[in-house]
Design a protein around this ligand. Structure first.
Ligand SMILES: [Zn+2]
Length: 521
């Protein structure tokens, strides 16, 4: 059974027919790495699955703008941003000077990517949650149950907090930083705090000491109690997280116990999922370009973007190399599952194909003729080739509207891919003059024999050319590798290229003959 169906059934069994709240969040500390889209998509797909299984649900996604800035992304001006370290993301200026604040700048970009994936959660800000007062009861319970929280930390994760530690960070009234304050007491209405110079390594406090109400957005909980408090404040029934949080004694275990023992709520149904690796490595949000959600989303239409995000079982790692074979392979995989679905198969792959589509079109999924991505990429780089005509020939019938739309869409993404991540072997340019290269006598002979064939025939199809090349290998006694490096060399100035027969057949015949004769001299 497809993973989303399986988990939806388990949720239904445990939590009933709803309505259920599904939640996920992302802290807007910088450009969002593509890995964060896995959570977005898993929760989104579960929402769709629950709906199909008759469970009413709503998917809420938190843009966390209430956390402090605790690291400087490498792509920002350190001189400008270092003084803001320790302040809340919502209180830091936007890098472009236009967005409302730092968090909103990065949220805007990320929300566009989410929209592109076709999952449409209801967005809210962490600041709204705090400012609305919805977190206040949990702040009070956490402060009053501080000894219990300390005990849970110690028992679950082994971390020792000192006896005077209170689970709260206050916004310093003098310098506006939240990452630097230590709360020293709570009298039921106000907390006393100090803004310390050296409480954390990444930010410096101003030394102010004060007393303030911890409610209404003046303070926030540290993240493990906060996680549990958000489940209560938002009435969350389903929330997963990356498996790094779900290890034994990890943050999820701590939050679960705080939820039950301090806030008296049932923790949401957990959906721990595996990592999303880029080129075999775990993500790093601070590293900047190369694997941001925006950059990767620009390589795919929605359906294939979804395939990337939900195509693997949640217990398996996704290993994505945008500059390797992953992109063409993903398009091929999509085409394969589309054919399975269209053939009426009812396995997990056909089901996955349905999940790659928007729920609104699942009852009537368009069936365009699908042209292999790599082949289309080659065609798009050939001068004088009428791509649509070529594909109609491959299809052996006229192209209909959905076919044309699909070709147009793929050509758009191919252009994007060729100009960014595509490996060198997929890129080429027909050389206007014969490249300067050494050809052996046997290579020259083979090219001469090929030239004769071209001269003798008015119209040469890819198949004819393919057969002729095969025959020439035997006739001339040339190694296939030597024949093809000669062909790719004289036309592309490269060692490899598209399928030889097809490639030669779509070149202008006069140009082809002239180049073959010139090279065989
Ligand atoms: Zn301060």
């Amino acid at each position: 059974m497809f993973w989303a169906d399986k988990i939806a059934k388990e949720i239904k069994k445990e939590r009933g027919d709803g309505p259920l709240i599904i939640r996920d969040e992302k802290t807007m500390s910088g450009r969002v790495h593509i890995g964060s889209m896995r959570g977005v998509a898993i929760h989104g797909a579960l929402g769709e699955a629950l709906t199909e299984h008759g469970v009413e649900n709503e998917y809420h996604y938190e843009i966390n703008d209430f956390d402090p800035m605790d690291g400087l992304p490498s792509y920002l001006d350190a001189d400008v941003y270092a003084p803001h370290m320790g302040k809340q993301l919502k209180d830091i200026p936007s890098p472009d000077g236009k967005a409302k604040n730092y968090a909103e700048y990065f949220a805007g970009e990320f929300m566009e990517v989410i929209e592109k994936s076709g999952y449409i959660p209801k967005f809210y800000r962490a600041s709204e949650l705090y400012l609305s007062g919805k977190m206040d009861p949990y702040i009070k319970m956490a402060l009053e149950g501080a000894d219990k929280i300390r005990k849970i930390y110690k028992e679950v994760s082994g971390s020792e907090k000192s006896e005077d530690w209170l689970p709260l960070n206050v916004v310093c009234e003098k310098c506006g930083k939240i990452g630097t304050t230590k709360v020293t007491s709570f009298d039921g209405e106000k907390v006393a705090y100090s803004c310390l110079k050296d409480m954390v390594k990444w930010a410096e406090g101003c030394g102010h000491e004060g007393s303030v109400s911890p409610f209404g957005g003046n303070a926030k909980l540290p993240w493990k109690p906060e996680w549990a408090a958000k489940w209560g404040a938002m009435n969350v029934s389903v929330e997963g997280a990356g498996k790094d949080h779900s290890t034994r004694g990890g943050s999820r275990d701590v939050a679960n116990r705080i939820a039950k023992e301090v806030f008296d709520i049932t923790p949401p149904f957990d959906v721990p999922y595996e990592f999303f690796l880029i080129g075999g490595k775990k993500m790093s949000s601070s590293k900047g370009s190369g694997s941001t959600s925006r950059e990767i989303s620009e390589l795919f239409p929605m359906e294939i973007f979804r395939l990337l995000l939900i195509g693997k079982d949640i217990n398996k790692q996704i290993n994505f190399s945008p500059d390797g074979e992953t992109v063409p392979v993903l398009y091929d995989q999509y085409d394969t599952i589309a054919r399975k679905f269209e053939a009426g198969e009812e396995d997990d792959f056909a089901r996955l194909y349905e999940y790659c589509q928007l729920p609104s079109v699942r009852s009537d999924i368009p069936k365009p003729y699908l042209t292999r991505f790599s082949h289309l990429a080659y065609m798009s780089q050939m001068p004088h080739v009428d791509v649509y005509k070529e594909i109609a020939e491959m299809k052996e019938s006229d192209l209909v509207e959905v076919d044309k739309k699909n070709i147009e869409e793929r050509l758009h993404y191919i252009k994007q891919w060729l100009s960014t991540y595509a490996p060198e072997r997929y890129k080429f340019e027909i050389q206007e003059t014969l490249p300067d290269m050494e050809l052996s006598d046997i290579q020259k002979k083979a090219l001469g024999v090929l030239a004769d064939f071209v001269e003798e025939h008015k119209e040469i199809t890819g198949q004819m050319m393919h057969e002729r090349l095969h025959a020439i290998k035997k006739e001339v006694g040339i190694e296939p590798k030597d024949l093809f490096t000669a062909i790719y060399g004289i036309f592309l100035n490269k060692d490899s290229g598209p399928k030889g027969g097809w490639f030669l057949s779509v070149l202008d015949q006069e140009f082809l003959l002239k180049r073959l004769r010139e090279a065989s001299k």
